[in-house]
Design a protein around this ligand. Structure first.
Ligand SMILES: NC(=O)c1ccc[n+]([C@@H]2O[C@H](COP(=O)([O-])OP(=O)(O)OC[C@H]3O[C@@H](n4cnc5c(N)ncnc54)[C@H](OP(=O)(O)O)[C@@H]3O)[C@@H](O)[C@H]2O)c1
Length: 274
C-alpha cells in the first residue's frame, strides 16, 4: 500500500479524514494537504503531513480529495486542472457537487462523489458514495481504505442517493443534536438536574437506536410496546402529533435536500454549454 493521498482545501472534514488515516497507520509522508492560509498550513504540518499553500501539489497525489466548500469549488478545480494525474482517483466531499461537474471542470474521468458526516471524527461516521468513470478493484479498495477509517460507508449506483444523503446523514448530526438539546431542556423544564437529564436522554437514545439496530421488532411495535392506553407515553405522543413533529421533521430534511439540489444546479449552470 504505497499510494499517496492529497487533500485540496484541508479544513474540518479533511482533518477528520487525515486523523483517521493517521490513526489507522497510514504513513504521514504519504499524506499531502493544501490550504490557502499559511497559519492553517502550519497547523496541518504539525499533524506530521506534507502541508502546502499550493493546491496543485496536493492534487498530484494518487487519490485526490476535494474538500472545499461548494462556493469555492469551481475556482479550485480550475486551478488544479492539469495537475491531477490521468490515473488518479478524485474523491469529492463537496455538498451538491455532481459527478458531471467534477468530470467536466477537471477534464478527468475517475471521480467519486461522497457524503460523509461529522461523526466520522470519532470513527462512527456514515458515508454514502457514488462513482463515475469505471473504477477498477484497486480504486474501490482505495475508496474503502479512505472511507473505512471514518466509519461505515455504502456505494450507491444512482447519484440521487448522494443528494438525499446530504440531507440525511450530512445534515443529520445537526438535526439529531438539536433534538438532543431540546430533549435535555425539556427534562430540565420538569425539574431534572442538567447532568442527570443529559445522561438519561443520551442513554435512552443510544439504547433505543441499538434495539432498532438489533431488529428488536418493527419501530412501530417498539412504540406500541411502551404505550399503554391512557398512560404517560400516550400523552407524550399525542402532544408530538398535535405539534406536527413528524411533519416539521420532514419539512426540515426536505429543506436540506432542496438546498443540496440548488447548490448542484448552481454549479451545473456555471458549466460551459455541452
Ligand atoms: N462539515 C461537515 O459536517 C461536512 C459533512 C459532509 C460534507 N461536508 C462538505 O465538505 C466540504 C468541506 O467542509 P468543511 O466543513 O471541512 O469546511 P471547511 O472547514 O471550511 O473546509 C474547507 C477549507 O478550504 C479552505 N479553502 C477555501 N478556499 C480555498 C482555496 N482556494 N484553496 C485552498 N483552500 C481553500 C477554507 O479556508 P478558510 O478557512 O480560509 O475559508 C477551509 O479551511 C464542504 O463542501 C462540505 O459541503 C462537510
Amino acid at each position: 500500500m504505497s499510494w499517496t493521498i492529497g487533500f485540496v482545501g484541508a479544513g474540518v472534514m479533511a482533518e477528520t479524514m487525515i486523523s483517521g488515516l493517521l490513526a489507522e497507520g497510514f504513513e504521514p509522508g504519504r499524506i499531502l494537504a493544501s490550504h490557502r492560509r499559511a497559519d492553517r498550513v502550519a497547523e496541518l504540518s504539525a499533524l506530521g503531513v506534507s502541508a502546502t499553500l499550493d493546491n496543485r501539489v496536493a492534487a498530484a497525489a494518487d487519490v485526490v480529495v476535494i474538500s472545499v466548500k461548494p462556493q469555492t469549488l469551481l475556482g479550485v478545480l480550475a486551478e488544479v486542472k492539469g495537475a491531477v494525474r490521468p490515473d488518479a482517483l478524485v474523491v469529492s466531499i463537496v455538498a451538491g457537487a455532481r459527478l458531471r461537474v467534477l468530470q467536466v471542470v477537471l477534464g478527468h474521468h475517475k471521480v467519486v462523489r461522497c457524503m460523509p458526516n461529522l461523526p466520522c471524527r470519532i470513527r462512527r461516521g456514515m458515508t454514502v458514495w457514488c462513482a463515475a468513470g469505471e473504477l477498477g478493484d484497486g480504486d474501490r479498495a482505495r475508496v474503502a481504505a479512505v472511507l473505512g477509517v471514518m466509519g461505515k460507508h455504502i456505494e450507491v449506483q444512482d447519484e440521487g442517493h448522494v443528494d438525499r444523503a446530504t440531507a440525511v446523514n450530512g445534515t443529520g448530526p445537526a438535526i439529531v443534536a438539536h433534538f438532543v438539546k431540546a430533549f435535555i431542556e425539556a427534562a430540565g423544564y420538569i425539574g431534572e438536574p442538567r447532568g442527570v437529564a443529559r445522561e438519561t436522554v443520551l442513554e435512552t437514545m443510544l439504547g433505543t437506536a441499538e434495539m432498532i439496530l438489533q431488529n428488536e421488532g418493527h419501530i412501530a411495535e417498539l412504540i406500541d410496546e411502551v404505550t399503554s392506553p391512557g398512560g404517560t407515553t400516550s400523552r407524550a405522543l399525542q402532544v408530538l402529533k398535535n405539534g406536527r413533529f413528524s411533519a416539521v421533521l420532514t419539512e426540515s430534511v426536505d429543506a436540506a435536500y432542496q438546498r443540496t439540489r440548488e447548490l448542484g444546479d448552481a454549479l451545473e449552470a456555471a458549466l460551459p454549454p455541452a
